[in-house]
Design a binder for this molecule. Structure first.
Ligand code: MG
Length: 268
């Protein structure tokens, strides 16, 4: 099952996304939010609408998390390219929900930062309250679905500040979407690709995670309760690099779609 959040009759709604004649289309309105479904998306009541092609719709962020938890340096080659050691435990940081940006929305690069980088990542959306998992519990039970995330980063501020609140938490620094899908298996390997102005910059697979998803979720749940709708960004493959105003970034994950966002220089 795939869903999005979109403009319908002047208000944001969640909508079911299905393939019609080979094109992703919004076919039904969901009458409850995915966060309310307690992991059972199929149980959400819905009504049919005149199908709308997804790429023609005005989309909003398909998640409304209480928190966004990101994994840093979860790909060996990416840790190496920035001169960092491979972490021995998952390295976590937050992005605030105020950083979220809709598919198609403009990332406002901080003009006082010297270098601003894209980071294409697989996003995991939590479906059920999750705390202190038993060793034999399957983390998949707590996952609602998957989406694309761009962990946009002011790289020089990340180094300068020592912690990453400003570098990774500014407004528009967390593009997400375009849809959330349940039909993905990161353990089997999915491709995460980032393009800038159509040129491929990152091309990784979730098979290269240093800490696989079950390790990450188990680790977080030991000390912090994950709530329905919470978003986990799972780390970026190698190939990060700077963008400037006028560039267009695309994060594509097979089975999810393309998260496309232009970059503009912040208006002072
Ligand atoms: Mg990242």
């Amino acid at each position: 099952m795939k869903y999005c959040r979109f403009q319908f009759e002047n208000a944001p709604h969640f909508g079911l996304v299905e393939s019609l004649a080979g094109r992703d289309s919004i076919t039904r309105l969901l009458l409850a939010t995915p966060e309310e479904a307690n992991g059972k998306l199929e149980s959400i009541p819905s009504i049919p609408i005149t199908p709308l092609i997804l790429s023609d719709a005005t989309l909003f962020e398909p998640v409304r998390p209480s928190k966004i938890i990101c994994v840093g340096r979860n790909y060996r080659e990416h840790a190496a390219e920035l001169g960092n050691e491979v972490p021995k435990e998952p390295l976590l940081f937050f992005k605030p929900p105020s950083a979220l940006l809709a598919p198609g929305g403009t990332v406002r690069r901080l003009t006082f930062a010297e270098r601003s980088d894209y980071e294409g990542e697989l996003g995991v959306v939590i479906g059920k309250r999750c705390s202190k998992l038993a060793p034999d519990e399957d983390v998949r039970f707590y996952i609602l679905g998957y989406t694309c995330v761009n962990d946009f980063t002011a790289r020089d501020l990340q180094k300068k500040d020592g912690q990453w609140t400003r570098a990774k938490g500014f407004d528009t620094s967390c593009p997400v979407g375009p849809v959330v899908t349940t039909q993905l298996d990161p353990w089997a390997g999915v491709t995460v690709e980032t393009r800038v102005n159509g040129q491929v910059r990152q091309h990784g697979t979730t098979l290269d995670f240093i800490f696989p998803l079950d390790a990450v979720i188990r680790y977080i749940a030991r000390f912090m309760t994950l709530l329905p709708g919470d978003l986990i960004a799972t780390g970026t493959p190698s190939g990060v690099g700077p963008v400037v105003g006028g560039d267009v970034m695309e994060v594509e994950i097979e089975g999810i779609g393309i998260l496309r966002n232009p970059v503009a220089d912040e208006i002072a």
